[in-house]
Design a protein around this ligand. Structure first.
Ligand SMILES: [Mg+2]
Length: 476
């Protein structure tokens, strides 16, 4: 029974009974008043957030539904305080709550009395406005402007910024649920983009979100349905033209759908945590296949496997790698793990410990897309890493763009000074290959040599690999 119902029953006398107030007890009239007060307070709590005392979701919905009459122009503005959870975790809940109250006060100060600011927990707010898109944009800009000044908390200056997603009634929906969903979609896009803007929901955003939701559901079953597969792209020594390894690249062949490439589903897998079992599958399959090619009599090649930062943070990456090597029988030296700079960004004890354990196991470590993130260069100094992989965006402009050539040269010099091997990815022309050879780059991969190949195609290539011509092109 809901709390309100039990109080309602207590407040109403039973039919036919008289108010009862024996001598020495609280008078019935006083009890009725106290119960009525309790009901008012319960009703308030039912429709307000307990911390900020702002209206909650229930009141927002009721106000929206009352206002959503034919001819009305309403705006729902979903507002999220960026990184608030992280900030509150660091401040502690008491100071975090104090900061939240200050932020709510600033939001409120930007709004006309007829606007409804509701709080939904954490750093999430929604504003109901009786206005059109033009006015909504102006109000959104005023909200951003109100957060330019930092907040002061116990002498500490703290910066908070906002993401704002906007949906309109009736353009984006005819019910509260439809408009609220559209505002949420716009907010998610705002969070993915540059901060400081107001993002209005569009049809394209809705289609993208629907597609992502469908993929999300299907991805859960991808491993069980055997829909994941690996393609392999050859890596060659720039000096000798010999194939020295291959990068395993994940593909998802959806049943009844097309081939999905990592860009379309890895972010989803990371957001949902599915990257942990998917990453484990990739490691097992890459090791199994590399060993299988060796067992067929081909010279041992290094297989490079991409790892996600989440596999370090939430998975037991050391145990996963050890199990993949044990199961496949692949020598650790034949496995290279490609790490993103984001893995190394946080100089955490656990990441460091995992890297050292992987190194001790004999596995090679390389930094993928080097130069595009924020490298914590101490990892290079401590020699936990064996190889730098120059991002293809720098390789693409080689020979044509002096800036790119300078960056590539600097990365190669940095790597060699620290006795690291350097590989360039995304090599597409003989000009780029010549430049890389001139700069002393150790290895290369890219469409110039070969696109990523299915396991069957790669097996064929292994059988033919003596057929490299003088331009380092595979002759088929
Ligand atoms: Mg890679």
């Amino acid at each position: 029974m809901p709390p309100g119902a039990s109080i309602a029953a207590a407040a109403e006398p039973l039919p036919g009974s008289a108010p009862f107030s024996p001598a020495g007890c609280t008078p019935a009239s006083q009890i009725r008043e106290e119960v009525a007060e309790l009901r008012r307070r319960l009703d308030f709590l039912l429709r307000h957030d307990a911390l900020t005392l702002l209206p909650n979701r229930l009141q927002l919905r009721q106000r929206f539904e009352r206002a959503a009459a034919p001819g009305a122009a309403l705006t729902l503005m979903a507002v999220d305080l960026c990184d608030f959870k992280h900030m509150r975790d660091n401040l502690g809940h008491a100071d975090g709550d104090a900061l939240l109250l200050q932020a709510a006060h600033r939001l409120l100060a930007c709004l006309q009395p007829d606007a409804l600011l509701s709080h939904h927990g954490g750093g999430e707010f929604t504003i109901l406005l009786t206005c059109d898109a033009g006015d909504a944009r102006q109000i959104g800009q005023a909200l951003h402007a109100a957060f330019v000044e930092p907040f002061e908390l116990d002498g500490l200056m703290l910066a908070l910024s906002l993401n704002i997603g906007i949906a309109l009634f009736p353009a984006d929906g005819r019910t509260y649920d439809e408009v609220q969903k559209a505002a949420g979609i716009a907010l998610a896009h705002a969070a993915d983009g540059t901060r400081g803007g107001c993002t209005f929901c569009t049809g394209q955003m809705r289609d993208d979100t629907d597609h992502r939701m469908r993929l999300h559901g299907q991805l859960r079953n991808a491993i069980g349905r055997d829909e994941l597969l690996l393609h392999y792209q050859p890596q060659l020594s720039v000096g000798s033209g010999r194939m020295i390894g291959m990068e395993a690249l994940l593909r998802w062949q959806r049943t009844g759908g097309g081939m999905e490439y990592p860009g379309s589903f890895i972010p989803l897998a990371e957001r949902s945590g599915m990257i942990i079992p998917i990453g484990e599958w990739v490691l097992n399959e890459a090791c199994r296949q590399a060993r299988a090619w060796q067992d067929q009599g081909h010279a041992p090649l290094t297989v490079a496997v991409n790892l996600s930062a989440l596999q370090f943070r939430h998975g037991d990456i050391v145990a996963t790698v050890a199990a993949a090597l044990r199961r496949s029988g692949l020598a650790p030296a034949q496995l290279e793990l490609e790490l993103t700079e984001s893995i190394l960004l946080h100089d955490s004890v656990s990441v460091n410990r995992s890297l050292q354990a992987l190194k001790a196991m004999g596995v090679a470590l390389s930094i993928d897309d080097f130069g595009t993130g924020y490298s914590n260069l101490s990892y290079l100094k401590s020699l936990a890493v064996d190889k730098l992989k120059i991002d293809q965006s720098f390789v693409r402009g080689l020979g044509e763009d002096a800036g790119n050539s300078a960056i590539v040269k600097a990365i190669i010099q940095l790597g060699h000074t620290l006795q690291l091997s350097v590989i360039a990815e995304g090599v597409e022309t003989s000009r780029q290959l010549e430049e890389l050879a001139g700069l002393g780059c150790d290895a290369a991969q890219g469409y110039y040599f070969s696109k990523p190949l299915s396991a069957v195609q790669f097996g064929d290539l292994l059988r033919q690999q003596s057929c490299l011509n003088e331009d380092y092109r595979f002759v088929s």
